[in-house]
Ligand binder design. Structure first.
Ligand code: PEP
Ligand code: MN
Length: 264
């Protein structure tokens, strides 16, 4: 895959500032919850509202998302706040539903990036559209798998692309839920400097108290954006409660971060 400034054109087309801030709950839970969080984020640095509606859980028996119903809530949130929206798609059927409901940006989850056949199906379902696709790193620390997924979208002529660094699983317990392994993301950034790189500190941290430090490291490394799980009552969240922060905390974090002004 050649380097290509076209890949980052969507940042300008959507009129997104540096750094791009994507925020919202891990999961859409109810219409009221999605709208409440969207309104709390409306006048902050967050310009894109995230919410998972299909939730690939590692173990069965946990909340697996509200499903297609949540797409209507995202659409309503967009109409009421003017924010762009993004959700995870994990198969071609999800893509069709997300396209029908005007989701602006689609992201590929870490458990999907590991599966070349599914990535290819999703890329084929998106062929001929101008959707923006953000590819999370695979759960395991494998740069090739991450690059391979990006290349499948590129080959399917998806021009608006980006990657999300959400950390890598390891058997040993560390202070992180998923180890950042910054060098993997840096290697990707060196190979494809035009591909927008976004940090997801929430899934790296697994806890709220180190979100700020992770964000600062990413900005120091010249990342293009942040995707931060945000909930109006984080402790009550139906998934990933320990790592979510309130919109007010996000505002404070954005105020405290030192943001590099020069964008290459
Ligand atoms: C999420 O963003 O809520 C999520 C499930 O992420 P990941 O694919 O990084 O685990
Ligand atoms: Mn989550």
């Amino acid at each position: 895959m050649e380097n290509n400034k076209e890949q980052r054109k969507w940042l300008d087309d959507f009129g997104l500032d540096h750094p791009l801030v994507i925020a919202g709950p891990c999961s859409a839970e109810t219409e009221e919850q999605v709208l409440k969080i969207a309104h709390q984020l409306k006048d902050t640095d967050a310009t894109v509202l995230r919410a998972g509606i299909w939730k690939p859980r590692t173990r069965p028996g946990n909340f697996e998302g509200v499903g297609a119903l949540g797409l209507k809530w995202l659409k309503k949130a967009k109409e009421e706040t003017g924010m762009l929206t993004t959700t995870e798609v994990a198969n071609a059927h999800h893509v069709d539903l997300a396209l029908e409901n005007d989701v602006d940006i689609l992201w590929i989850g870490a458990r999907t990036t590991v599966s070349p056949f599914i990535v290819q199906d999703i890329a084929d379902a998106l062929k001929g559209t101008d959707k923006t696709v953000l590819v999370k790193n695979p759960v395991n620390p494998d740069l090739s798998l991450w690059l391979g997924a990006v290349e499948r979208f590129h080959t399917a002529d998806i021009k608006n692309l980006g990657v999300i660094h959400r950390g890598f699983s390891a058997y040993e317990k560390t202070k992180y839920r998923n180890n950042p392994e910054w060098q993997i993301a840096i290697e990707l950034q060196n190979k494809f400097p035009d591909l927008p790189l976004i940090l997801d500190p929430s899934h790296i941290a697994g806890r709220r108290d180190i979100i700020f430090d992770l964000c600062q490291t990413a900005l120091d490394l010249n990342y293009d954006g942040l995707m931060v799980e945000t909930h109006h009552t984080p402790d009550d969240a139906w998934s990933d409660a320990a790592q979510q922060i309130t919109p007010a905390t996000l505002v404070q974090i954005m105020k405290d971060l030192k943001i590099r002004k020069e964008v290459s």
